[in-house]
Design a protein around this ligand. Structure first.
Ligand code: SF4
Length: 304
């Protein structure tokens, strides 16, 4: 793996590599950041998929965020990781110009798209990857067909996103042992996600339970090339215990809490459509965007 860049954040050094690896290091026994390393950034609420669990409540008549006007984005430090999502970010008319500006400023953008949008936009996505306008590519799974799996394999930076509670054993059987990278997201009982959960909580809870029970086997059998989790999945699946991780292993891999409880992860959520920020994408506590990321980060850290 090759180093993309490194910088100091508070009392530690952050190094980011081109395979997605991030290393934090210092000689102390704690990390104290003074700004964000990464943010989820919603650039549009427009999406034609109408998924019943959409916690962003995105719609086909949703509006795009203003991502080109002067803002805090111009003042982010180099190597800030931007996880771009929507809505369908591919629908945003300023996406490419925005990514070019990100490249100029040495940010590290990644983007998440739905599987159907991915399959319909292969040339555009390939262009964005080849020109290093995006580094990571998240693809939200809808149906693990053979064609999809073979297409994903052409993108070394692709990570398949699945949602605990909406991920089925039949889908798992198709994805395992294919040398794929997988990100397991927690189930967000927020907006449409809450409505869907209330329709059949037993099924969703059952799906979370079987996934939790099988996690250790994924690790032992090396079912995936790489397996990762968001903060919500870490809690819902009790990942540390389910994977039988020692404290040393946990300290090595755990990147901090994104504000589900205490905010220690040096990450935050930015909604460029509503121009609001929050600790994470399912927090109901949102605040108007401020001038700098440090202002917003320190504001959130003070919030219990
Ligand atoms: S594809 Fe994503 S943004 Fe679009 S409706 Fe589904 S969950 Fe929401």
């Amino acid at each position: 793996m090759n180093l993309i860049g490194s910088y100091m954040n508070g009392n530690y050094k952050v190094s980011i590599f081109d395979d997605g690896t991030k290393i934090r290091e210092n000689d102390l026994d704690f990390f104290e950041p003074n700004t964000v390393e990464s943010m989820d950034i919603k650039i549009t609420n427009k999406c034609d998929k109408g998924c019943p669990m959409c916690h962003e409540d995105s719609k086909s008549n949703g509006i795009h965020g203003d991502i080109l006007s002067p803002s805090f984005l111009d003042k982010l430090h180099p190597y800030t990781e931007l996880a771009i999502g929507g809505g369908n970010p591919l629908e945003h008319p300023d996406l490419e110009e925005f990514l070019l500006r990100c490249k100029d400023k040495k940010f590290i953008p990644s983007m998440t798209v739905n599987q159907d949008h991915f399959m319909k936009n292969i040339p555009l996505i390939k262009k964005l990857c080849d020109n290093e306008l995006i580094y990571g590519l998240g693809i939200s799974l809808t149906d693990p067909t053979d064609e999809f799996i073979e297409t994903v394999k052409q993108f070394p930076n692709a990570v398949i996103h699945v949602i605990a509670g909406l991920f089925y054993k039949e889908e798992l059987a198709k994805l395992e042992y294919q040398d794929l990278k997988i990100l397991i997201l927690g189930y967000k009982k927020f907006r449409r996600g809450e409505s869907l959960y209330l329709k059949d909580p037993t099924l969703i809870d059952y799906n979370i339970l079987w996934l939790k029970k099988l996690l250790y086997m994924f690790k032992v059998n090396r079912s995936f090339k790489c397996m990762s989790f968001d903060n919500l999945a870490i809690k819902q699946l009790d990942v540390k215990n389910s994977l039988n991780m020692s404290d040393e292993e946990w300290d090595m891999f755990y990147m901090g809490d994104d504000g589900q409880e205490e905010m220690t992860s040096a990450s935050m959520y930015m909604d460029m459509v509503e121009r609001m920020f929050a600790k994470n994408s399912c927090s109901p506590y949102r605040y108007p965007i401020m001038d700098t990321i440090e202002d917003m980060y320190n504001f959130l850290k003070e919030k219990k």
